[in-house]
Design a protein around this ligand. Sequence first.
Ligand SMILES: [Zn+2]
Ligand SMILES: [Zn+2]
Length: 273
Amino acid sequence: MDVILTGTGSPLPSADRAGPSTLVKAGDTTVLADAGRGVVMRMMAVGVRPDDLDGVIITHMHSDHVCALNDVITTHWVRTREREPLKIWGPIGTARLVERTLLMLEDDIGYRIDHHEPLVAGPQVEVTELSPGDSFCINDVDITTAGTAHAPVHPTIGFRLEHDGVAAALVGDTLPCEGVDILASEADVYVQTVLRRELVELFPGEMAQDILEYHSSVVDAAQTAARVGAKRLVMTHMVPAPTPDEYPEWIARAAEHFTGEILIGDDLTTITV
Ligand SMILES: [Zn+2]
Ligand SMILES: [Zn+2]
């Protein structure tokens, strides 16, 4: 299984980091988790086109995690030769998000159908809404879900993908909680969006301080990884975004609490397990 950090950014714009998204390649199956800013460009950098996706899974509807879903939908649509629907799984509200996205794209869809003879219908998107605890398969990848803690954003879910005896937990934005513990339990790869609490506390303004209330810190993530016996902790969605020379400091902070492998990186960092 390859876990590719297609976007390690956050809502804070960065020239180097695409918005949050993670790509999982397991056997012949390719799954995209979340669709932040620039996701299609980053997917192309690893040779995955939107029409190669076997499914998209969404953790929650915060804009940084879904703002490029329209690009995934459109590029999947215009490139799909077989007219296969794009399959999307996400929490309750995902169908409404997709419906509204298609509404936003309505004029464009009309122009393209008028212009391109092979396009006879708009994007086909098949949405399955999930409740925490639901499980499903994408080809031979078994996926389980659990609720996460990102209030006031609700609902939010995390995912555990299993294939060939290997498990990856992609839990999204969340505080430590029981759901994360379930998903990350003994996972080969535990991917956690993180912030550095002590650095964010130095940010000016009330809105910056609000983000501390619903994200895991590096210490939280490391403590979770240790508690549940995860084999690797992968940090993403780092706030504030570190420069590469600061990576050792982030890793050292986590290593105070977790003795397993700890990874942090630029976009397209790939973890093979
Ligand atoms: Zn969020
Ligand atoms: Zn986020």
